[in-house]
Design a protein around this ligand. Structure first.
Ligand SMILES: [Zn+2]
Length: 480
């Protein structure tokens, strides 16, 4: 039953661009201002107001096109999409229809093994926001978001499972954030995802009837909503029933999809070329500027980390998920001289600390240079790993240098032979029967004795030297 049908999934993603002003007017494109304060005649669609396209938004869209190997159209056309809704004051949205800015790209997923094709990337403007109040039994509209530049990224239906869809979305978000053209905040809606899904008999090219699920605002929601819808369609087909076109909404709390409306056809929007804007012409200069601004992207960085630092692909993928983490890791790896230890520290202690405190790298007290110095103290044998972990906690709390904390608290490892021998001597004197049993052949007791030395030294004894000296001193007692 599970293998009889396979899901055919495509995504439509809306990403708000981090421009300072809106798509077609000079209003600030910022978040969190008092309702209806960031508006003007253009974005409110007052009679006689004329839009002018934002060049930075065009450049950002071109950058995304280049980063995903799209063809950039030298001439593309803005179009009116007509619809009536309270959050759309002009009664139409300016978007691009049959002549989009970017076409024919792709993003690779699954360790770069699978190519997901991108059909198009086009520019458009966002709508306003409705705020519903159950207590007052009323709704309000905030027009601040009207006209904020968006790119819509449309994939071909190349995804074959809910997990793949979520993975693709993670890769896409990482690219947007590396390019610094979208903050990728799905909870606040600056990155939104609609999915369409149908089932087909495994191994056939024929597509079934699809449904669309709107406005999924987390990777988890994408996967759960698709799981739910795939199962629902499977059950229908299994009973010989048909799937019908519909637009669905995912209810996170209930864990189910609800029908929002039966799907409208494209002609319902009466698209036509926007008469108030000229054809969008992209110059060589703009394309070259966008190309020159491209940073090293996550996939390339992942490969380089594996090659340069000899860390596993799994580590590299985690460490390149955001630009901040990858930059942080790279400094720790280079300055500590031990890339694998650096990877363990960043993936373990650093990410844990950031998650627990819900903060980002720029707010973190432990700079990469400081963490590298802490790792070097372990390498030099000044402290052992458990002590280093407690120094790390102290560094995060106080922002102090590792050397200062180690010296201030007297945490240096005891590696001096005479000093170690004295502690070990006392431990052996206090455990005559364990010593006798060890010498009689019960060598597993060595671990117990190491533990006793650690305890006696308050965790500061050098583990390897302790083991070595213990063996020697135990042998010396054989002749007694
Ligand atoms: Zn405006």
């Amino acid at each position: 039953m599970t293998s009889e049908y396979e899901p055919v999934i495509g995504l439509e993603i809306h990403a708000q661009l981090l421009t300072r002003s809106k798509m077609f007017c000079a209003c600030p494109a910022s978040y969190g201002a008092a309702p209806n304060t960031l508006v003007c005649p253009v974005c409110l669609g007052l009679p006689g107001a004329l839009p002018v396209a934002n060049e930075t938004a065009v450049e950002f869209a071109v950058t995304m096109g280049l980063a995903t190997d799209c063809t950039i159209a030298r001439r593309s056309v803005f179009a009116r999409k007509n619809y009536f809704y309270p959050d759309c004051p002009k009664n139409y949205q300016i978007t691009q229809y049959d002549a989009p800015l970017c076409t024919g790209g792709h993003i690779r997923i699954d360790g770069n093994d699978k190519k997901i094709r991108i059909k198009r990337i086009h520019l458009e403007e966002d709508a306003g926001k409705l705020v519903h109040s159950d207590e007052e039994n009323s709704s309000y509209v905030d027009m601040n978001r009207v006209g904020i530049p968006l790119i819509e990224i449309v994939t071909e239906p190349d995804l074959r499972s809910p997990a793949e869809a979520s993975l693709f979305m993670q890769k896409l978000r990482a690219i947007l954030r590396y390019l610094e053209i979208c903050d990728g905040n799905m909870e606040e809606g600056s990155l939104r995802c609609d999915v369409n899904v149908s089932l087909r008999k495994t191994g056939t090219g024929k597509h079934g009837v699809n449904t669309e699920i709107k406005n999924l605002n987390s990777f988890k929601a994408i996967e759960q909503a698709l799981d739910y819808e795939v199962e629902r369609q499977k059950a229908l087909l299994g009973q010989g029933l048909a799937v019908s076109h519909a637009t669905l909404l995912w209810d996170d709390a209930a864990g189910e999809c609800r029908v929002m409306r039966s799907k409208e056809e494209a002609h319902d929007y009466r698209y036509f070329p926007e008469p108030d804007l000229r054809v969008l012409e992209v110059s060589d200069t703009l394309i070259e500027r966008a190309r020159a601004s491209l940073p090293e992207l996550p996939a390339a960085k992942e490969k380089r980390f594996v090659g340069d630092f000899g860390i596993p692909a799994y580590d590299a993928q985690l460490l390149t998920a955001t630009k901040e983490i990858s930059d942080y890791y790279e400094i720790v790896a280079r300055e500590s001289g031990n890339p694998k230890a650096a990877s363990n520290w960043v993936m373990g202690e650093v990410l844990r600390e950031l998650n627990e405190r819900k903060i980002e790298i720029p707010m973190f007290e432990i700079t990469p240079e400081r963490l590298a110095r802490l790792i070097r103290e372990v390498e030099k044998g000044t402290i052992n790993i458990p002590t280093a972990k407690s120094v790390f906690k102290e560094m995060a709390k106080t922002g102090h240098d590792p050397e200062v904390i180690i010296a201030g608290k007297g945490l240096e490892q005891i590696g001096d032979e005479a000093e170690l021998d004295e502690i070990i001597g006392k431990v052996l004197d206090n455990h005559p029967s364990e010593v006798a049993m060890y010498l009689a052949g019960k060598v597993t007791l060595l671990k117990f004795l190491v533990g006793q030395v650690m305890k006696a030294s308050k965790g500061k004894a050098h583990p390897q030297k302790t083991t070595d000296r213990l063996k020697t001193l135990l042998e010396e007692r054989r002749d007694d």
